[in-house]
Ligand binder design. Structure first.
Ligand code: IMP
Ligand code: MG
Length: 179
């Protein structure tokens, strides 16, 4: 078996096929809802965890979109959110009057996304919506509205499909958890 499709030493939570199916559904939903905004849609990936998800998602969106990235640090290499959020790399272009779709890997405590959404709203966008692959509601410390959600998951530390353990294993094809 190809290394990045073998669940060991993790346990598989969501298979690569199930992820692909859900990403296609999210792409179709976004395509339908942004038809009238063509020319002004910015898909904004939060580095680095969203990169794999974003690459697949934008290829399921049947409209031309701009891509941009923002670097956010809330954890260091720890596995528990400190609640202190920093922008480590800013957008390459202004988002004034743009329709922004923020793409995140996971909403855990919600501190990162809360900070980011508030920050982006001060920049005069036409709209800002949130697309998150995963949501761990049991860990919520902030009330976050997720406009496009892949999967709700239990309170486990997950890895793969962009998510890391100490910066590794982002290239697993499936989503696993540390047993
Ligand atoms: P929050 O601020 O607690 O919502 O944390 C969000 C960020 O922490 C995410 O963007 C991830 O980068 C990281 N994170 C949270 N939970 C996990 C997990 O289970 N596995 C890997 N990274 C996680
Ligand atoms: Mg992240």
């Amino acid at each position: 078996m190809v290394w990045n499709r073998n669940p060991e030493p993790f346990s598989e939570l969501i298979s690569a096929d199930a992820v692909a199916k859900r990403v296609a559904e999210l792409g179709a939903q976004i395509t339908a809802e942004y038809r009238d905004a063509v020319g002004d849609v910015v898909v904004l990936g939060v580095l680095k965890g969203s990169v794999i998800f974003m690459a697949d998602l934008v290829r399921q969106i049947g409209l031309p979109v701009y891509l941009d990235f923002i670097g956010i640090s809330s954890y260091g290499d720890a596995t528990v959110s400190s609640g202190v959020v920093q922008i480590t790399q800013d957008l390459s272009r202004p988002i004034q009057d743009k329709h922004v779709i923020v793409v995140e890997d996971i909403v855990d405590t919600g501190h990162t996304v809360h900070y980011l959404m508030e920050n982006l709203k001060t920049r005069g966008p036409a709209s800002v919506k949130l697309c998150a692959l995963l949501h761990k509601p049991e860990r919520a410390e902030r009330d976050i509205h997720i406009d496009y959600l892949g999967f709700t998951i239990p309170n486990k530390f997950v890895v793969g499909y962009g998510l890391d353990v100490a910066q590794q294993y982002r290239n697993l094809a499936f989503i696993g958890f540390v047993p």
